[in-house]
Design a protein around this ligand. Structure first.
Ligand code: SME
Length: 160
């Protein structure tokens, strides 16, 4: 069961990063990616849907996800949508209100905010973490910092 909605604080971020790290130690490759999205989705109620896309050629392919329903956006061209934009620009994108962002590709009508964090391996983008939230302005600079640290830990599992 999920905890009550709350914003991430620094102590939780530190604790949870350590938890993710130990979870990842006992998994490899796709299992590790699955474990990471499950952990992120179940731990924070503000993270309503969590997915990892992997770069394949000029596209992002949905690899592992955790959330109430599947998305139809299983292949996103790099450059398209918030996901494709983050992959092209190579930086984290935070969208506080998806209804105001013309790049946004809708997956779930309940989504209000989104964060997309590139996963880098040896300075190359190999994938990204995409998280939807049903709360406006759900993602702070601390979520960004935390998720960038998670992306760094998941990274080696994205090339296995
Ligand atoms: N909203 C994303 C598409 C992926 S779904 O959120 C799972 C985008 O604009 O790229």
């Amino acid at each position: 069961m999920k905890a009550a909605p709350q914003r991430l604080n620094r102590e939780q971020a530190r604790e949870f990063l350590a938890e993710i790290e130990s979870t990842l130690e006992s998994h490899r490759g796709r299992d590790a990616r699955e474990a990471a999205v499950r952990a992120l989705n179940s731990r924070f109620s503000t993270y309503s849907w969590v997915g990892i896309y992997l770069v394949q050629g000029q596209d992002l392919l949905l690899d592992a996800w955790s959330g109430p329903i599947a998305t139809e956006h299983v292949r996103i061209p790099i450059g398209k949508g918030v996901c494709g934009f983050a992959a092209k620009a190579g930086r984290t994108e935070i969208v506080s209100d998806v209804s105001k962002d013309p790049r946004y590709l809708q997956c779930f009508p309940s989504t209000k905010a989104e964060i997309v964090v590139p996963i880098l391996y040896e300075n190359k983008i190999v994938g990204e973490i995409d998280i939807d939230s049903e709360e406006l302005g759900a993602f702070s600079s601390l979520d960004r910092e935390f998720l960038e640290a998670v992306a760094a830990k998941v990274s080696r599992h994205c090339v296995e």
